[in-house]
Design a protein around this ligand. Sequence first.
Ligand code: PLP
Length: 415
Amino acid sequence: MNGQCIIDLATGQAHKSRMSEIFKGNFTQQEPIPEQGIEAALRVMQSGRLHRYNVAQGEISEAALLEQEFAAYTGAKYCIGVASGGYALACALRAVGVRPGDRVLTNAFTLAPVPGAIASTGAVPVFVGVTEGLVIDLDDLETRIDGAGCLVLSHMRGHLCDMDRLMQICDAAGVIVIEDCAHTMGATWNGVPSGRHGAVGCYSTQTYKHMNSGEGGLLITDDDQIAARATMLSGSYMLYDRHLVAPDPQVFEAIKYDTPNVSGRIDNLRAAILRPQLADLDAQVARWNDRYRVVEEGLQGTPGLTLIDRPKAGVYVGSSIQFLLLDWSADKIADVLARCLARGVELKWFGGDEPNGFTSRYDSWRYAPSERMPASDRVLRGIIDMRLPLTFSLEDCAQIARIIRAEVGAVWQGA
Ligand SMILES: *Cc1c(COP(=O)(O)O)cnc(C)c1O
């Protein structure tokens, strides 16, 4: 028990005092860029050669080195740095040959840049339902797969579906899989890095993801054709020989006059900032997961609150945590959010009628209309989300969990 008990004179009900502990941390405050990254960025700025193809005699650009290192980290043959995670997805779709009017499957629960990337190619997003485990509903996928050429699989909030079954379904149907790994950089499924199951893996290095260059993206693949096309698409001009991990020149020869330049390169400044972060990534993943486990532990057994099961086959990155208030009324959920916010704990609710700040639900993307999905709607109405930045200490995380537990409990008991 924590917090003192007071009597509400109006109702005669006892409840935990909201005057008790208040969390003072900032949910959007990331750690600073590592000192080595700052020094490398200064060197790039002093050189004046920020454009990735602007190299001195014999010099290898920071961008090319980052690509080489990220390919090595994931075990991919090729890596291409780009302007954003959303750009990486659209580039991947074009590189695998998606054409205007094509049906492209994707998650009903993801972030706006995912259906946005599909729409930007002129293709039509077709949404697949979400389970209570917050992953793509593989039974629903099977019913929708006919006639689709491609699936953009979003590992939304770091939840990995049964990747073995997913790949079986997609391989059997001849559907190309592009993985959105914005929340799974550093994660694995049965020992295979996220992004290495499908034909292409796409990552974001935007400030709120696992490496921070403000904006930025990475695309990996083992496929010669996809790699060459993605490189040309990203805006390589005819300078693709300045990449370190790229297909042979003959592969480019065959496609270079037929592949449009949809300019979206990464630059040396971002790459310089990212390289030391990549070297630290696994250590950072461990720190995220320490924080995640403290919050998860603190919320365990809270009446009315459902934690999300993390399958044993996956190594996740706990940079955010989700739980469900399944079948709660909208008013009660809003009450929990308001009470937590009053105590400094910022929760996001994906279930509100009007999207707040961002959109994560299929019914918010009306340029891609979909029939209602009642089972998914039930889950989406109950999803609560919270960021866990590394600037929080383990004690911060324990306190946050105590606050959520108390406020969910108070509203639940009042139910
Ligand atoms: C952030 C994000 C993206 C896109 O990344 P940007 O770099 O912001 O374009 C894609 N998918 C998900 C799930 C994300 O959270």
